[in-house]
Write a protein that binds this ligand. Structure first.
Ligand SMILES: C[C@H](O)[C@H](O)[C@@H](O)C(=O)CO
Ligand SMILES: [Mn+2]
Length: 417
């Protein structure tokens, strides 16, 4: 049977539950995923005076073919995007600027250093998002940045964050879609602190300084990302969840929830509905923590499905800005992007093909038997046939056919680097 024949048959199964599958696919096309550029080069970036990765994050593996220039990285992203259905965004870090061989300090970065990215994004109809980079830098060597006891260090990073927001606003103005600027800092202590409050006060003050510079939300939207621990900040992280949740709510900023930044049994899917009661928008870094914040490639596991369900059943596709954050250097990096992003989209599609209103009604009626029965049965509904059709319809390879593209790309491009 052809992809279309399978689709027509599968569609009938969903239609019995009042699900308009054609409409679902139209809607899915309009949901952008922000694809993180840093999977392509192991968070190296292109600074002229490039430093080793720091900040308590780590990329393991030495699979050949990583991008070593902006052109290579863009080429690899293009390849991945050609295998992923829908129109998406690309998420950049400040270390991916292009400064023509000159050393430009991070607090001196300007929109012109990202002009090539903007031209490229225009050419490919992509939105861009942004992150100041507060790691892999001598001024972050002791693991402290915006909460540093030394005012000079703090001021440097404050200037960098302000410069970053201006760069993001340039993306927003040029591309006609606001850029999300996400601030994540590594600040914390390896061992038990004797004072948890003072660094948090300093971080709060630094953030106030950064956001004092007003930027129209038409161009730039600010987010702050919390963390539980990092390598070297096992005992204490200044920007904890409670810290940023309070800050974001009070200052009308977005909380960015990274799925790897919580206790092992604490899940982001369970936070979305609670946070959306108090905030109009939320941002996500979808990752896969294996035993720790390991940033494995996202797979279609229970938590990813649950995240998709929470976004869809709460009618929050316009409220949750979905970004990815994983980095695996032990496999083909273009494949990593493709697998993780396709899975994120699959999770959304899966959620859109569940009779969410009826399941809610069952819960209200206390009919937990039927609720569980249907939630389980829907797991084996012919979701794959709908996904295959979506891929075919959007002009990307169906099922594992994309692997052939990756294999030839590896042979013709990656292996020659
Ligand atoms: C490179 C990213 O900004 C970084 O991964 C951050 O988002 C994070 O999640 C740190 O653990
Ligand atoms: Mn993250």
């Amino acid at each position: 049977m052809s992809v279309n024949e399978n689709y027509q048959r599968a569609k009938k199964d969903y239609e019995k539950w009042g699900i308009d599958v054609d409409q679902v696919l139209e809607k899915l096309k309009s949901v952008p995923i922000s694809i993180h550029c840093w999977q392509g080069d192991d968070i190296g970036g292109f600074e002229t005076n490039q430093q080793e990765l720091s900040g308590g994050i780590d990329v393991t593996g030495n699979y050949p073919g990583k991008a070593t220039t902006p052109k290579e990285l863009r080429g690899d992203l293009e390849k991945a995007l050609s295998l992923i259905p829908g129109k998406h965004r690309v998420n950049l870090h400040a270390i991916y600027g292009e400064t023509a061989g000159k050393v430009v300090e991070r607090d001196q970065l300007e929109p012109k250093h990202f002009q090539n990215w903007v031209n490229w994004a225009k050419e490919h109809g992509l939105g861009l998002d942004f992150n100041p980079t507060l790691f892999s830098h001598p001024k972050a060597d002791d693991g402290l940045t915006l909460s540093h006891p030394d005012k000079e260090v703090r001021d440097f990073w404050i200037r960098h964050c302000i410069a970053s927001r201006k760069i993001a606003a340039y993306f927003g103005a040029e591309l006609g879609t606001p850029a999300l600027t996400n601030i994540w800092i590594p600040d914390g202590y390896k061992d038990i602190p004797s004072d948890r409050l003072t660094p948090r006060k300093r971080l709060k003050d630094s953030l106030d300084e950064i956001f004092k510079v007003e930027i129209d939300e038409k161009y730039n939207i600010d987010a702050v990302e919390s963390k539980l621990f990092g390598i070297g900040s096992e005992a204490y992280v200044v920007g904890s969840h409670e810290f940023y949740m309070g800050y974001a709510l009070k200052n009308n900023k977005l909380c960015l929830l990274d799925t790897g930044h919580y206790h092992p049994t604490e899940v982001v899917s369970n936070k979305i509905s609670a946070m959306l009661l108090y905030s109009d928008k939320l941002a996500l870094h979808v990752s896969r923590p294996v035993r720790w914040d390991s940033d494995h490639v996202v797979i279609l596991d229970d938590e990813l499905r649950e995240i998709g369900l929470e976004i869809v059943r709460n009618d929050a596709l316009d409220k949750v800005m979905i970004g990815l954050d994983f980095f695996d250097a032990s496999i083909n990096r273009v494949a990593a992007w493709t697998i993780g992003t396709r899975n994120m989209i699959k999770a959304l599609l899966y959620a859109m093909l569940v009779p969410n209103d009826y399941l809610k009604q069952l819960q209200e009626e206390g009919n937990f038997t039927e609720r569980l029965a249907l939630m389980e049965e829907f797991k084996t509904y012919p979701f794959g046939a709908i996904w295959d059709y979506y891929c075919e319809q959007t002009g990307v390879p169906v099922r594992e056919a994309w692997l052939e593209d990756i294999q030839s790309y590896e042979k013709e491009v990656l292996s020659k680097r």
